[in-house]
Design a protein around this ligand. Sequence first.
Ligand code: SF4
Ligand code: FES
Length: 251
Amino acid sequence: MEKTINLTLKVWRQNGPKEKGRFETYQVSNISTDSSFLEMMDILNEQLISENKEPIAFDHDCREGICGMCSLYINGRPHGPDEDITTCQLHMRKFKDGETVTIEPWRAAAFPIIKDLIVDRTAFDTIIAAGGYVSVNTGGIPDANAIPIAKVAADEAMDAASCIGCGACVAACKNSSAMLFVSAKVSQLALLPQGKVEAKRRAKAMVAKMDELGFGGCTNTGACEVECPKNISISNISRLNREFLKARFSD
Ligand code: SF4
Ligand code: FES
């Protein structure tokens, strides 16, 4: 039988990047526990529009855990109170009737707030543009199939490649470090023969760009791994450190 709940929502509202933000409190009623968190946000926005109030700006695209857009900090946790999921995969059954839910944007200097709950994650794209790609000729599809790759390396590369660039690792980290993200992107290429050719240049360029963009340093708290919706392992950070040192001392 469908169950419904009533909630008090404390939502961060901010008109623009330079404006002062504040929490506003809203009530939502008869929310089905089968609905998703973003559907609940849609209902709240319909309510606000019907009251001639401005709807809350929040990011989303696929609503399937793929695109990494739905960056919400819910009750003090990136992507909310569930494990290994994105905000769009969070369901209202995770909340109790009468609960107060606090909803904030990612908080990090490198992810400035655009409006309300939307932050600018261009910094991640800039890091990728610095070296997170393969630009050498790797041949055609038959060549890729003809190159033997150890199963362990293939599995680890696939795991690293599952990073969706959501930024929860940065939001979870007290230093706003982007090391988990960068390590996943460096690892997925460094583990495969096609990526090894440019591995040194890539590691140095991506780390330099990360530092330049204002992300903090990694102090191994492990908070990033705990909150990552794709279970990216911090063992990738060790690999990034090795790749970086190798590149640095082989010049
Ligand atoms: S490492 Fe995890 S938390 Fe960080 S951007 Fe990738 S998927 Fe998101
Ligand atoms: S909206 Fe695409 S991952 Fe959540």
